[in-house]
Design a binder for this molecule. Structure first.
Ligand code: PBG
Length: 329
């Protein structure tokens, strides 16, 4: 005879010790990548209205934040820059004295063992706010590639450990791989934002990075949220072009995409727990409607359970603290 009353599933749920022993998914600070917004100037810490706890930071504050993240056992940061001025071609993205390049050097000095990942895109740097070169009312894919490749090389020269192209231009991973190799950076890995959807969950980020498109939207290059088979094709192409790691973004509304990617590809897989996902948790918690700590850890666990090896999350520092206080139990 099988089944109830011989079988009782509750036996393994009865004590915290047995729950811990039988837990299939665990979180660790080593799973997290902490995104940061860096800005010119001194002693600047502009909190993002829609992202409580996250600020645009000048380099002196970057030092403090990076030291904290490092001490908490977070292995990597992901840098975004807010330039002094924007122009049609996003020139500060590939300026050796650009804000991200300065930040890379500071982070490497502060915490040499931490990995610095850089977002390779033009939208923070262009006056029109699009991720590539504008031609009329479209984005010129092939002209954008050259600028994205320059940005990636410039970041690698400044000391970036991993470059992460996020512009969703066709051929961007291949163009960046070729340019990096030609510039003597054949050892620098590429983390492709392979399956990046045109998502309304990026709203708060665009406030943080000041990168809202000035006309139209990004649906001409980022993926349609209804597609999953197409995501597999995007990932496959990134791998063919030389990606060392792949990503699904956003995470929470795309857990099925993560699982499919995990089943199909053996490369390290990142998930981006994006700004809107963070802001929703923060807003509900501030209203006293949910328990921030429990909800955030539940979301992060679900992203890992779905298949992610790494999670880019604004909750990284808080979650690392919670985990050290036995948050996994
Ligand atoms: C740059 C970029 C974006 C995000 C990461 N890199 C914005 C966008 O594509 O509009 C969003 C991250 C977030 O929402 O946290 N292209």
């Amino acid at each position: 005879m099988t089944g109830f009353p011989i079988i009782r599933m509750r036996r393994l749920r009865d004590s915290a010790a047995i729950r811990r022993m039988t837990r299939e998914t665990t979180l660790s600070p080593a799973d997290f990548i902490y995104p940061m917004f860096v800005t010119h100037g001194r002693d600047i810490r502009n909190e993002i209205g829609s992202m409580p706890g996250i600020s645009q930071l000048s380099l002196d504050h970057v030092i403090t934040e990076v030291s904290e993240a490092n001490e908490l056992g977070i292995p990597a940061v992901l840098l975004f820059g807010i330039p002094t001025k924007k122009d049609p071609f996003g020139e500060e993205a590939y300026d050796p004295q650009g804000i991200v390049q300065e930040a890379i050097r500071i982070v490497k000095q502060t915490a040499p063992d931490m990995a610095v990942i850089t977002d390779v895109c033009l939208c923070e740097y262009t006056d029109h706010g699009h991720c590539g070169v504008v031609d009329g009312d479209t984005i010129d894919n092939d002209r954008s590639l050259e600028l994205l490749a320059r940005a990636a090389v410039c970041q690698a020269e400044a000391g970036a450990d991993i470059v992460a192209p996020s512009a969703m231009m066709d051929g961007q991973v291949g163009a960046i791989r070729t340019a990096l190799n030609a510039a003597g950076h054949s050892e620098t890995p590429i983390m492709g934002y392979s399956a990046k959807y045109a998502s309304s969950f990026y709203g708060p980020f665009r406030e943080a990075a000041e990168s809202t498109p000035q006309f139209g939207d990004r649906r001409g290059y980022q993926m349609d949220g209804a597609n999953v088979r197409q995501a597999m094709r995007e990932i496959e192409l990134d791998i063919e072009e030389g990606a060392d790691m792949i990503m699904v973004k956003p995470a929470l509304a795309y857990l099925d995409v993560l699982t499919r990617a995990r089943q199909r590809f053996d490369l390290p897989l990142a998930a981006y727990n994006v700004s809107g996902e963070y802001s929703m948790v923060k807003a509900a918690a501030e209203n006293g409607w949910i328990d921030e700590r429990r909800v955030a850890l539940e979301i992060l666990t679900s992203i890992k359970r779905a298949g992610a090896d790494m999670i880019i999350t604004y909750h990284a520092k808080d979650a690392a603290v919670w985990l050290s206080e036995n948050g996994n139990s």
